[in-house]
Write a protein that binds this ligand. Structure first.
Ligand SMILES: [Zn+2]
Ligand SMILES: [Zn+2]
Length: 331
């Protein structure tokens, strides 16, 4: 068995040395071998002495390491927190916004001060014996009900204003400010806006969990703002300015000439705004090439002209074909 000085003396580590001393002296008197015939008296007496010495020698150590519950004692007990969710559009959450929040808070009934008891007497039947005042024991014998002391009912004095609940449900309306850049699942804490203070309890807190509504265009990847955008394949080939939607409006960016295959443009810091130590995300647009359909006659001609011009440089683009044509005497 483990040697526990406090358990042996029946004291706690937080007690003063005077209390330890009193406990030691009381037990030492009781278990002194000269006064006690118990065959274990000598052993108990030694144990008590050792426990007291151990407590005294650990005294300095104990005062340097205060009991663990000292930290919890520093924060006063609180009434329960209230947790709600707050649904925002991506734009509202990004920019920050003002919102009104409505909820129900329980407050102490002022008539009975939260006790639920006041002037009015009410009779309640005992549920343990269903009002009969008698119950069966283990041997199926009828005995008086212990819960109601055989009366079968309780008489209570209840508060007419809260019907004995001690609380009133009060609608609360708050205007709150949502700071910019909160993400799905982030919590907004409003100190003291939870359940009301009651007796010894300080008011609880209100926690609002952010829910982001689906956006038709944008998706979030962390704080990166992402979407796919169809782009004329000819523009991907030719390069040029392109307008892309962002949370703060349209952004013009320059597209380098290249292939007509999907590619991503990435605008650093132009995505979802930063918050605290988290920097703003990027705007990532995946450009999906599409070929124009339903061209007008004039547009078709323009494209054919483009093709003819391109073919004039066939020797560069298609050297094997150009050589074959030359040998055939076609050029
Ligand atoms: Zn009963
Ligand atoms: Zn009341």
């Amino acid at each position: 068995m483990e040697f526990d000085p406090c358990a042996i003396l029946g004291v706690s580590p937080g007690d003063s040395p005077e209390i330890w001393k009193k406990a030691y002296r009381r037990l030492a008197m009781r278990w002194h071998p000269d006064r006690n015939d118990d065959p274990q008296a000598t052993e108990r007496f030694k144990e008590i002495g050792a426990a007291y010495e151990a407590l005294l020698s650990g005294d300095d150590e104990a005062s340097e390491n205060p009991p663990a519950d000292a930290s919890t004692a520093a924060t006063p007990p609180q009434a329960p927190d209230i947790r709600l969710s707050l649904s925002l559009t991506l734009e509202e959450a990004a920019r920050g916004c003002r919102r009104s929040v409505d909820f129900i808070r329980s407050v102490d009934c002022p008539t009975c001060d939260g006790s639920g008891e006041a002037g009015l007497a009410r009779t309640r039947f005992c549920s343990a014996c269903h009002g009969s005042g008698r119950v069966h024991d283990a041997h199926r014998r009828l005995i008086p009900c212990g819960a109601c002391h055989g009366k079968g009912l309780f008489t209570e004095r209840i508060c007419p204003d809260c019907e004995g609940h001690g609380k009133h449900r009060t609608p609360v309306h708050l205007e709150i400010t949502v700071p910019p850049g909160m993400l799905q699942g982030d919590e907004l804490r409003l100190t003291g806006q939870g359940e009301a203070a009651s007796g010894e309890l300080a008011a609880g807190d209100l926690y609002l969990t952010i829910l982001l509504e689906q956006h038709r265009l944008f998706q979030l990847d962390g704080r990166d703002l992402c979407y796919r955008m169809p782009v004329d394949a000819l523009l991907l080939l030719a390069g040029g300015d392109i307008r892309v939607p962002g949370l703060a409006g349209e952004v013009v960016c320059e597209l380098a000439a290249g292939d007509s295959v999907p590619r991503e443009i990435r605008l650093a810091g132009a995505g979802y705004p930063g918050r605290g130590r988290h920097p703003a995300g990027d705007l990532r647009v995946e450009l999906m090439p599409v070929f124009a359909v339903d061209l007008t006659a004039r547009q078709k001609t323009a494209l054919r002209n483009l093709h003819e011009a391109w073919m004039k440089e066939a020797a560069t683009h298609l050297p094997a074909v150009a050589e074959w044509r030359r040998r055939q005497g076609l050029d």
